[in-house]
Design a protein around this ligand. Structure first.
Ligand SMILES: NC(=O)c1ccc[n+]([C@@H]2O[C@H](COP(=O)([O-])OP(=O)(O)OC[C@H]3O[C@@H](n4cnc5c(N)ncnc54)[C@H](OP(=O)(O)O)[C@@H]3O)[C@@H](O)[C@H]2O)c1
Length: 148
């Protein structure tokens, strides 16, 4: 099974100004919908609180601190499992990731914002796979990497 981290990030690798931010600056929602449809999405409880509606057409798992990431993955029945944030949840699933899909946005957030990973024990080696056009006029692309 593919375990894919997907995130909208700033040029300095941030995903939000703070843990309660409703993300309105990302431009890749159409791509997110297309890529995750029919698959499993895993999100943290803070991220769930920022969403206006449920993600229809996808198996959704909301992570709480007492849940075990490897057990959650063991119960996934779809071909792909998307880890959709936030920073704490990306970190907890880091050892299991097979791919990173990162859409870089032309913004820089201050250093007290939320980085992609809230904590990370080990480096990750990546192999570039594909570039997907999100908004070429604004220089917004999704970079797809395989974790080696
Ligand atoms: N740019 C993007 O692509 C993107 C994508 C997704 C989310 N976001 C943004 O990311 C932000 C949320 O990220 P986040 O990292 O704050 O939260 P999160 O990963 O969405 O959820 C928090 C997770 O950490 C656990 N947790 C909270 N406090 C803890 C503690 N003291 N010790 C251990 N576990 C704890 C929670 O469990 P409990 O439920 O048990 O508390 C939950 O599983 C929001 O602003 C959201 O909009 C951005």
């Amino acid at each position: 099974m593919d375990v894919i981290l997907t995130a909208a990030i700033t040029a300095n690798g941030m995903i939000a100004h703070h843990a309660e931010e409703v993300i309105q600056w990302s431009e890749d929602l159409h791509l997110f919908r297309e890529q995750t449809m029919g698959q499993t999405v895993v999100m943290g409880s803070n991220t769930e609180n920022t969403l206006a509606a449920e993600l229809e057409g996808r198996e959704t798992v909301v992570m709480h601190r007492d849940m075990d990431p490897s057990r959650v993955l063991g119960q996934v029945k779809t071909e792909k499992c998307f880890i959709v944030g936030g920073a704490r949840t990306y970190s907890r699933f880091a050892p299991f990731l097979t791919h990173l899909f990162l859409t870089v946005h032309p913004q820089v957030f201050s250093s007290n914002s939320l980085p992609l990973f809230s904590h990370l024990d080990n480096d990750m080696r990546l192999e570039f796979k594909r570039l997907v056009d999100v908004n070429s006029e604004r220089g917004i692309y999704q970079l797809q990497y395989k974790v080696l």
